[in-house]
Design a protein around this ligand. Sequence first.
Ligand SMILES: [Fe+2]
Length: 256
Amino acid sequence: MPISPNIPRGAALAVADLLDNCARIEKGQEVLLLAQIDGLYGGDNMVDETAVAWIQNALQHRGINASVLWIDEKVRPHQWRYLSNTSGEFIFDIMLSWWSRYIGISPYSEKPIRLTVDAGRIVKIEGGQEAKALKDFMASMVAKVGNGVYDFKCLHFGVHPQARISAHQCPNPLYRRLIEHAHSSCIHVHVGAPPATDDYPYWVHCTGDTRTATFKVGDTVIHDRGYLKALENPKVLEVARKYPDRPGVDPVPLHY
Ligand SMILES: [Fe+2]
């Protein structure tokens, strides 16, 4: 486990919120941190040694004896909201960095990747060198996780209106993309949705991300050109008012 490195202010605030307001940690407690190893391999329990070290360090600064236990167990299916029988085209030029690193490409594509989807299956992948690498990667995964690697049936999005960071604050593009991925404007689809297997007990979570989409369910607008409409819900604003020293939910102009 690495020594806790310099922690950005935003991350320190988030860790403090987690410990004080969510976990309600009190002095004198013994704390055991459980961390899922699958998160290190792209599973949906996204975590890394640095983040866990930050939490452990923050606990120790509060005078608490904190231990860490890494758990290696087969992932359970996540309660995603599934799409059914989707057809069309999905075009994206960014993806979750957790998997792009295994594919060997940048999470920021030079050329957009175009997926053609027919009845819930990805039938064509087109674009530049990133699309070719993605196509080859998916073909190589068939032997590990089966044909579910071409399923197109999952869409969800981030909820944090301030989850963005500049390259000056976070020079590592993989971490930067990971943070942006949680922004409320970021809608992503799963490029393939195979379940974990006994031989490959990890959740393949390769994604295609968009940040300026309009997304409707029936007549209800969920996102209006990237703005998550739920952020103006009175109940959300009421919660935000409880924390005036936090970044809040106001939209800030973004430049893509
Ligand atoms: Fe996802």
